[in-house]
Design a protein around this ligand. Structure first.
Ligand SMILES: Cc1ncc(COP(=O)(O)O)c(C=O)c1O
Length: 362
């Protein structure tokens, strides 16, 4: 079976970890700082704060922007549930706005939901496909609302010809299946020194200086030196990883033609990093989920793994029933009619051909 992801570490990661093990310094230290500096530079941001996960990074970024009890945060229901969980953990209420044809947040839907309690908007660059940030940033600025990008699936992506981090605060995940992985791990990037400082302090129990002085109630969201050592190696490979994924995606664009499928729209001037390559069934009148699941079963028979990211939009999750204020029909439709095929950078050319032929033969 050709799987949806195949995390691969090579001899460089092995020797980087071995060097840490032999150094005697395991917890957040010099390698974490080096990873932060290199990551900030590669994502076009001024500051970077490494964390234990993407969820922790998002929670810290929300807190760093002052989000707390009594606030509302507008986000997409078409995301991994961690996006909404971080908002709830920060004490705020998630408000779900529908998606557009890119599967990113619909700006008119956000405009309809912005109110006096809105403190932040969290666009999600789903599948590595960047949202149209400019209109969203303009809308948020008019209302004095922060934009915190959930770039957990979009390391290396660009929009408007610039990396995501140059547009404002963003958070990333380095979970095992991500384009850049440290096993588990995350990062906040920001161009606001106050946001970065608060995230860095809260990550480490709000340690305020020598003598164990703590001026706030903080957390332990630190990254280890082992994770940072792997991250540094992976970061050095990121452009090759992105290039490989984009090349496979262009091959699929050509090879999987016909009228059967559409793809989520991409913003002009964007660099989609293809964390997932997603297809949507064209024009199904009802029963899309059954038809989609039938296609997935046929592909499994042909030895091609597939995934659906995500089959239950967050506002339809049992855990989020009490937050579901409005319907999000476009997100619901996408959860019925989309599926993703393997696009990861460890695929061989022969595997890519097998996937494309299996889909084209449907
Ligand atoms: C869109 C999105 N947000 C948040 C997260 C949370 O990241 P992590 O699993 O590193 O906590 C993920 C990771 O899967 C994600 O895909």
């Amino acid at each position: 079976m050709i799987q949806m992801s195949r995390p691969t570490f090579g001899p460089e990661e092995e020797s980087a970890v071995l060097a840490v093990l032999r150094s005697g310094h395991f917890a957040q230290g010099e390698r974490v700082r080096e990873f932060e500096r290199a990551f900030a530079m590669s994502t076009g941001a001024e500051y970077a704060v490494a964390t234990s996960s993407g969820t922790a990074a998002l929670f810290l970024a929300l807190r760093g922007h002052g989000v707390g009890p009594g606030d509302e945060v507008i986000t997409s229901p078409m995301t991994f549930i961690a996006t909404a969980n971080a908002i709830v953990h920060a004490g705020a209420v998630p408000v779900f706005a529908d998606v557009d044809v890119s599967l990113g947040l619909s700006v008119p839907a956000v405009a309809r939901l912005i109110g006096p309690r809105t403190r932040a908007v969290v666009p999600v660059h789903l599948h590595g496909n960047p949202c149209d940030l400019s209109p969203l940033i303009e809308l948020a600025a008019r209302h004095g609302v922060a934009v915190i990008q959930d770039a957990c699936q979009a390391v290396g992506a660009e929009v408007g010809g610039r990396p995501l981090g140059s547009h404002g605060t963003a958070v990333y995940s380095f979970y095992a299946t991500k384009n850049l992985t440290t096993g588990e791990g995350g990062m906040v990037t920001s161009n606001d020194p106050q946001v970065a400082d608060l995230c860095a302090a809260l990550r480490h129990q709000a340690y305020a200086g020598p003598g164990y002085v703590h001026d706030r109630v903080g957390y332990n969201f630190r990254m280890t030196e082992m994770q940072a050592a792997i991250g540094l190696v992976q970061l050095g490979r990121l452009s090759a990883i992105t290039e490989r994924r984009r090349r496979i995606a262009s091959f699929y664009d050509e090879a999987i033609g016909g009228d059967q499928f559409t793809r989520p729209a991409t913003v002009p001037d964007a660099c989609h990093v293809y964390h997932q390559y997603t297809l949507r069934l064209t024009a199904v009148d009802g029963g899309a989920r059954e038809e989609r699941d039938g296609i997935r079963a046929s592909l499994a028979q042909a030895g091609v793994g597939t995934g659906v990211y995500y089959p239950v939009p967050v506002h339809r999750q049992p855990a989020y029933e009490r937050y579901a204020r409005s319907r999000c029909p476009d997100a619901e439709r996408a959860s019925d009619d989309m599926f993703s095929i393997p696009v990861h950078h460890a695929l061989s050319d022969a595997e890519v051909e097998t996937v494309a032929q299996a889909v084209a033969a449907l």
